[in-house]
Design a protein around this ligand. Sequence first.
Ligand SMILES: Nc1nc2c(ncn2[C@@H]2O[C@H](COP(=O)(O)OP(=O)(O)O)[C@@H](O)[C@H]2O)c(=O)[nH]1
Ligand SMILES: [Mg+2]
Length: 701
Amino acid sequence: MREYRGADIRNIAVVGHGGSGKTSLVDALAFVSGSSKRHGSIGEGSTLTDTAPEEVERGYSINLGCAHAEWQGAKINLLDTPGFLDFQGDALAGLAAADGALCVVSATAGVEVGTERMFREAMRRGDPVLFVVTMMDKEHADFDAIYRQLRATLTPKIIPIEVPVGEGAEFHGIVNLFDETAHVYARGARSGAYDEVPVPDAVRPQYDRYHAELIETIAATDDTLLERYLNGEAIGRDEAIAAMREAMKRLELFPLFCVSSTLNYGTRAVLSTIVELMPNAWEMEELHAFTGAEGTSTVQIHADDAAPFAALVIKTQSEPHVGDVSLFRVLSGSVRTGDEVYNATRDTAEKLNHLAVPQGRERLEVTTLHAGDIGCVAKLRNTHTNDTLSTRSHPVRLPQVEYPEPLVLMAIVPLNRVDEEKLQAGLHRLHDEDPTFEVAYNTETHETLVSGMGERHLEVALAKLRRKFGVAAELKRPRIAYRETIRLRAEGQGRHKKQSGGRGQFGDCWVRIAPADRGEGIRFQDHIVGGAIPSKFIPAVEKGIHEAAERGVLAGFPLVDFIVELYDGSYHTVDSNEMSFKMAGIQAFKAIAPKCKPVLLEPLDEVEIVTPEDSLGDVLGDLSARRGQILGTESADDAPGTRVRAVVPQSELHLYASALQSMTHGRALFRRHFRGYEEMPSDAAQRVVQEASAREEAHPA
Ligand SMILES: Nc1nc2c(ncn2[C@@H]2O[C@H](COP(=O)(O)OP(=O)(O)O)[C@@H](O)[C@H]2O)c(=O)[nH]1
Ligand SMILES: [Mg+2]
């Protein structure tokens, strides 16, 4: 592999809805450039970038994949991203590592949720976008219709720079609107080779219309060009291209293409256009990175070979027999194979043995990588997704990819109890690879909880656990960490007395229990006067009450938010000890708490939803069926639709993300976070109490 410098590198994220043809396009582009030797297919599981068994089996992308196409003296790094929302973490990482996006739209499905979402994300990042209509060979493919739909739903700044010759089964070429030539493909050949011919008569009217529109649109982005255009002067190809390139950087124009990846028609034109119109790696916007361990000051990062080395790890992935493979983008400086670098995020030294560039799963070894390039390396010791690699002499931490918070929560248990430790280790490795997959332990319900972007995400995590870490596990509906509290004040005695042969046990206390504010926990007050209980035994009473409260009185959940006043008691000089007073504390709690009108508390989340207008009624109705309390609705500013904020019991939110997506056809945005505990309505509480006593009967403690 040749050495490439930033000016000859293009980093392109291929984004769009799941199933729109991204992986097939990446494969076709690498193949038609000659950089990949075979033309893979999804059906055969032989594409460059869908190589994990989980991807081959399911037929869709899960992990960020990276391949490259060497074309016209440049190297195009293609970051193939997963389209499903469940795996959007990797799609966001792909966008973050690229300087521009290729937004893929299927000629038959058109604009879908994932198209919109990824286009908006690219806009937010300020990245230029090329649109590609794929699957032009499929029945009912309709380029004009897709073009109109794109303009109507995404932006009117989309403009075709080529048009198809034929559509569906008749698709056999493209006409380039800049060059006034057509590429016509021999039927059945899939090599990507074509004949260059004059614009066929059948396409002439379409050519004239689109050509005029293109030139007028480009002229409108530049005052001098516009003046000449209005004076009726011709605008040459090169100046039109130059103006388009600048307009793309300002997000004022988005060119549109069409291809068939299966037949390899139109793919070379996509490569040439990427080289010609997309920014090179040296044009990257300046970044600010934190210096030193405290990260108090920042330093500018330029794509400059002479600057100190700094690279962001976009993705790590552990593979059986290979170990961890880290994919990274060099943002400044260059690096040579065998170099020792410094992971400033974790304060560890790492050695870059066998530096390589990825071609799908294959790694092609290189001696040097320059600023702006994307490379990979295996077997780093302690480097994970989103870490920065730099040098000991110039340690920096680069801005990290911001991942969305997980939306779906499940409990996980190993099928075989002896695998518990392996399960924990595997789960933490999965989190290191994929920050949108989180692991936690709930000390109240004693469950290991995993959370992710959707059910599919968690199911794939199970499959990875089994394959990579040899643990079979299952997902369960998580238990809700209910709590109990009291509504009334009461008092009473706890007395523990035992006389069995030798030394006896004696503890006696008088206690008052009263409600406290939500979130106060247990507040213990010692009001003993005159040494009715010696002070050394008082902590034992408190301990006993805590222990008893932990077991609750209604349904076995910890009882919280109350004040305990210890106001009297008695002791025995010989028989009293700490144990006896702890027992007395337990007795006191058991005797008094039931008289205090105990009630159940349930955990509530605050949820924030952005829903399209036409689903608002359904979303609100569903929230109230879930005992949700609407806090407010307003029109959203960051996405089309209405923002709804509500407080909903956690027990009603199980798999809510999935329900919401099916209610809104995948167009809703959703966030949740823990809000606090509130008293449960009595009918709902009744059910929880009944379930608890049924559990108690089945498995007595
Ligand atoms: N006929 C036809 N099918 C295609 C084309 N590109 C992709 N496909 C098929 O569309 C499906 C989805 O493609 P894939 O590349 O996995 O889409 P992705 O999810 O966006 O990566 C697969 O079954 C592909 O074989 C194309 O140009 N023509
Ligand atoms: Mg894919």
